[in-house]
Design a protein around this ligand. Structure first.
Ligand code: GRF
Length: 201
């Protein structure tokens, strides 16, 4: 299978996924890195290592639908089978999600459904949670609300700072995101009724 990684930020998850591809842990081809932000670190990384890249600027479109339609045209041209959103800070339109049903996988830095949104790590830290973690989930047209594939929880240390928590969060993200991608490409994830994602052996 061929997949695209969507990024808006630094791209540490993209890098971890790319490393897993190079080691043969992920067998699908990382065929495209897409960004809505020209200055995204992830886009720069992809260009430096010679991955196929595409940037489209939402400001060049009159509305989110026309932007997403154009993105879909490029994805179909590139024969993309599934999408990984790794710090892609833009909501998909229902049209986009319909083109890739249960074929878009996202990482979120909190134990969903707690602390949805753009600042999950900070919000959980500020709230004073004792346990937080990473969620990998399928994407639907509501923010951070698709069926959950996998979660890993960990304790927040008493002396934790936002910086140390962020660093630990990223380590867990890099570890479990690739596991979920491997389960997906091996056809082991099935979304059942009541949103439950069944993982087969
Ligand atoms: C990650 O913490 C991810 O969970 C969140 O955005 C961050 C992206 O980090 N959605 P990076 O760009 O992969 O370094």
């Amino acid at each position: 299978m061929r997949f695209a990684v969507f990024v808006s930020g630094a791209g540490s998850n993209l890098k971890a996924i790319h490393e897993a591809c190079k080691k043969g842990e992920i067998k699908s081809e990382l065929a495209l890195v897409f960004s809505n932000r020209p200055k995204a670190g992830g886009l720069k990384y992809a260009q430096e290592v010679g991955l196929e890249t595409l940037h489209l600027n939402p400001k060049d479109y009159t509305n989110p639908q026309s932007f997403d339609r154009d993105v879909v045209i490029h994805l179909k041209q590139a024969k993309i089978d599934f999408i990984i959103t790794a710090g892609y800070m833009k909501l998909f339109t229902p049209y986009f999600v319909k083109q890739f049903p249960n074929q878009i996988i996202n990482v979120h830095p909190s134990l969903l459904p707690a602390f949805k949104g753009k600042s999950g790590i900070k919000d959980a830290f500020t709230y004073g949670v004792k346990v937080t973690g990473v969620t990998i989930h399928f994407v639907n047209d509501k923010m951070d609300a698709g069926p959950i594939i996998m979660q890993e929880a960990f304790q927040v240390d008493p002396l934790e700072t936002l910086e140390s928590l962020t660093e630990r969060m990223h380590k867990v993200e890099h570890k479990i995101f690739k596991k979920a991608i491997v389960l997906f490409e091996d056809g082991k994830l099935k979304v059942k009724a009541a949103r439950r994602v069944e993982i087969s052996d």
